[in-house]
Write a protein that binds this ligand. Structure first.
Ligand code: PDD
Length: 286
């Protein structure tokens, strides 16, 4: 049987799903989203992702159309189409369909939000990327000033990622006034003399779920951690650099632009945290 997606209360095949061109998500990119990894049939850190969804909704002044229990049920139903598999769960809420295109959203006959959710196979990143590490390309962070919200208007992130790939990297490292903020779809860490460093949560970066988990795991393992802003020139001299996200987990960066990071190989703390991360996943599913 063909997989179903969830759209506004119904489960139906993707090919039958229809959205109005007058949806504010289509017209304005007016909406928010979440990407949640599913390991062995269980949504990973679902509570945290649903909390961040609420945070993003609050940030764009849109009431949550579903209760937490209703979100959990939608996720469960989609995951159950492939029980036990690793999957990628995508949730999206837009401000919905309107009758006239108007920037302001309170004058409109406030429509109902559009709720969309789908599950697709989770492709683990290539083994080679983990073994050799990846190249990252620094670019000017041209995004807006509310990067702490997970909004669907991603044109800057899309252009930046493409620019990084066209320049032979796997991800962009974004720099604002000399400070590294995050990747186009990831957070970053660096290791400096045995200390794990990542920027604190501000409006300039997404509060990554993977980022928070890594900080928790490091603290439990008594690895020293510092949340502080990082200058690009400091990053280039780091002992290790990593990118983190729900789809790529912890990716070692061994080259930034033309600078090779340390000895050009994934470092010891990357190995350690990757091991702690997979143990954490396994223990959750026992
Ligand atoms: N992106 N920063 C940005 C700008 C991101 O888009 C993401 C994730 C992250 C990492 O957050 P988390 O650890 O919660 O996945 C940081 C998702 C995967 C995406 O847009 O597809």
């Amino acid at each position: 049987m063909m997989d179903s997606i969830y759209l506004n209360g119904a489960y139906l095949p993707l090919s039958e799903a229809r959205i109005s061109p007058m949806d504010r998500g289509f017209l304005f990119g007016d909406g928010v989203y979440e990407v949640i990894p599913v390991y062995a049939g269980k949504a990973f850190r679902l509570d945290e992702h649903l909390k961040r969804l609420q945070f993003s909704l609050d940030g764009i002044q849109l009431d949550n159309p579903l209760t937490t229990e209703a979100w959990q049920e939608v996720c469960y139903q989609l995951i159950q189409q492939h029980p036990g598999a690793d999957q990628n769960l995508y949730l999206q809420v837009t401000r919905g369909e309107v009758t006239t295109r108007d920037h302001s959203f309170r004058r409109q006959d406030a429509g109902t939000p559009t709720v969309f959710a789908m599950c697709s196979p989770l492709k683990a990143p290539d083994k080679e990327l983990f073994e050799k590490g990846v190249r990252s390309v620094t670019l000017d962070d041209i995004r807006w000033q509310y990067c702490h919200l997970k909004v669907i208007s991603l044109i800057s992130n899309v252009l930046l990622r493409q620019q990084a790939e066209d320049a032979g990297g796997v991800e962009a490292l974004l720099v604002r006034d000399g400070w590294v903020t995050e990747g186009s779809a990831s957070n970053f860490f660096m290791v400096q003399q045995g200390v794990l460093v990542t920027p604190p949560k501000t409006h300039q970066l997404l509060p990554g779920i993977t980022r928070d988990l890594i900080l928790e795991l490091a603290e439990e393992a008594r690895i020293p951690v510092r949340e502080e802003a990082v200058k690009l020139e400091t990053l280039l001299r780091a002992d290790e650099v990593w990118l983190t996200s729900s789809v790529r987990e912890i990716l070692p960066v061994t080259q930034v632009d033309d600078t090779v990071i340390a000895d050009g190989k994934p470092g010891p703390l990357w190995h350690k945290l990757t091991q702690l991360f997979s143990e954490f996943k396994i223990n959750l599913h026992r």
